[in-house]
Design a protein around this ligand. Structure first.
Ligand code: AMP
Ligand code: MG
Length: 374
C-alpha cells in the first residue's frame, strides 16, 4: 500500500517536471531555472496554508472582565473562540491575582509580606517563590534608581496614608522615627534559602509601587497557558498586553493626562507584547495648607512628593514598568530619563507642571514608538 502511494507520488512529480520542462539528471538549462522556480513554489505553498488555516480557525470574539483586587479594578480584555473558554481563562487569572494579593498586601495582617515585617530583626524568613522574585526585583530597582524606589518606605507610607485621611501633616518626630526604620540596604535576601531578613525591628515592606505590574504579568502568563494569546490586563494605571487584537497592529492605549486617568487621552500608544505604567499624583493626593502631597514618598527625605507630575513608562514587562514609573516620579525628568535610556526596551514620557506652565519630556525610544499624539 505504502509503496504504491510513494510510487504514485514520484510518478506525479515526474509529470510535473515534464510539464515545467524540468529534468533532474541530464538537462542543465533546467537546473538553472530551479533557483527561480523553487522560491515561487514555496511562496504559493505558504499562501495556500495561510488561507487554509484561516478558513479552519474559528472566529475570535472579544470578551471583557473586571474584578477588584489590590485596592484597584483589574480589567481583562481577551479574544477567545468561546464564551466558556474566555470565562474559564479569566477566572484562572483572577484567582491568581487574588492569591498574589493575599501574599503581598501590606493591609492584610495575615499576608506573607506582613509576616516578614513582624519578624524583622530576627533570623531570615523563607518566603514563597513569587514573593522572593518581587523582593529581588525591588532590590535591583532600588540600586538602579539610587534609592528612589524603595519598598522599605512602609513605616513612612503609613504616616502619609493617615495624613491623607485626616488632612494633617505627619508629626515631624514620628516621621523621623519612621525614617530610621527605612533603607533598602537593611533588607537582606538569601538566594539559596529563598529567605529574607529585615535588619531592624519595626521595619515594614510596601509593594504598592510594584505588585500590580507583577500581578498583571502573571495574569497574562496564565491566559497564554489557557491558549489565549491576544489579551490585555489593566490594573489601574499598570497595563500589560500580549499579542494584538485580531487584524490589528497592536492595542491602542491612551496615555493618561496630568489631571486624571478618566480624562480623554491626547496621546495613544500602539503596543503588543509590552507593558505600560503610569504614576503620579492624579488619583491619590491630599492638599494641606494649599500644598498638594502625592502618595509617592521621597525615601531620602520621608516627604510625600509635591509639584504636579505624571510619568508614563513602557517596558518589556509589567513589574519593570510599574517600578520604573514610581521611581521616575521621585527622580525627576533628568535623572529619571537617564535611568530609562539604560534600561533595555524601556521608554518614558514625563509631564510636569510648574509656575511657567506644563513641560513634557520624552526619552529617546519614546519618539520611535508607533503612536498618535498631537
Ligand atoms: P505607584 O502608583 O505604582 O506609583 O505606587 C505608589 C505606591 O507605592 C504608594 O501608594 C506606596 O504604597 C508605594 N510607594 C510610595 N513611595 C514609594 C517609593 N519611593 N518607592 C517604592 N514604593 C513607594
Ligand atoms: Mg509603580
Amino acid at each position: 500500500m505504502e509503496r504504491a502511494a510513494v510510487g504514485k507520488l514520484s510518478e506525479e512529480t515526474r509529470c510535473l517536471d515534464r510539464a515545467m520542462g524540468l529534468s533532474w539528471g541530464r538537462n542543465k538549462p533546467a537546473r538553472r531555472f530551479l533557483p527561480i522556480v523553487l522560491p515561487w513554489l514555496a511562496a504559493i505553498f505558504y499562501l495556500l496554508t495561510q488561507i487554509h488555516g484561516r478558513a479552519l480557525s474559528p472566529k475570535l470574539e472579544r470578551f471583557e472582565f473586571c474584578q477588584g483586587h489590590m485596592g484597584t479594578q483589574f480589567r481583562m480584555i481577551l479574544y477567545a473562540n468561546s464564551a466558556a473558554g474566555a470565562q474559564a481563562a479569566a477566572e484562572t487569572a483572577f484567582t491568581r491575582i487574588a492569591q498574589l494579593d493575599l501574599m503581598m498586601s501590606d493591609y492584610l495582617e495575615d499576608s506573607e509580606l506582613t509576616a516578614v515585617g513582624r519578624q524583622a530583626s530576627g533570623p531570615p524568613i523563607p518566603v514563597c517563590e513569587e514573593l522572593f522574585r518581587v523582593l529581588k526585583k525591588s532590590q535591583v530597582m532600588s540600586k538602579r534608581s539610587q534609592g528612589a524606589f524603595d519598598i522599605t518606605v512602609g513605616p513612612v507610607v503609613q504616616l502619609w496614608r493617615r495624613a491623607r485621611r485626616t488632612a494633617e501633616l505627619p508629626d515631624p518626630a514620628r516621621l523621623s522615627e519612621a525614617m530610621a526604620l527605612t533603607g533598602h540596604r537593611k533588607m537582606h535576601l538569601y538566594e539559596q534559602t529563598r529567605s529574607v531578613r529585615l535588619a531592624q525591628s519595626g521595619m515594614r515592606l510596601d509593594l504598592g509601587g510594584i505588585a500590580k505590574g507583577y500581578a498583571a504579568d502573571e495574569a497574562i502568563v496564565l491566559l497564554k497557558k489557557r491558549g489565549i494569546t491576544r489579551a490585555l490586563v489593566a490594573a489601574g494605571g499598570d497595563i500589560v498586553v500580549a499579542e494584538a487584537p485580531p487584524g490589528t497592529e497592536g492595542w491602542v492605549i491612551g496615555v493618561a493626562s496630568l489631571n486624571s486617568q478618566d480624562e480623554p487621552s491626547a496621546c495613544h500608544l500602539l503596543l503588543r507584547h509590552s507593558a505600560v505604567s503610569t504614576s503620579g499624583d492624579a488619583e491619590q493626593h491630599v492638599t494641606i495648607g494649599g500644598i498638594r502631597f502625592s502618595h509617592i514618598i521621597n525615601p531620602k527625605t520621608g516627604m510625600a512628593l509635591t509639584g504636579r507630575r505624571r510619568v508614563t513608562v513602557v517596558a518589556r514587562d509589567g513589574i519593570t514598568a510599574d517600578a520604573l514609573a514610581t521611581a521616575l516620579c521621585v527622580m525627576g525628568s533628568v535623572r529619571g530619563l537617564q535611568l530609562i535610556e539604560t534600561t533595555s526596551g524601556a521608554a518614558a514620557q514625563f509631564e510636569e507642571e510648574s509656575e511657567t506652565g506644563k513641560r513634557t519630556t520624552i526619552s529617546r525610544r519614546w519618539s520611535a514608538f508607533p503612536k498618535s499624539c498631537p
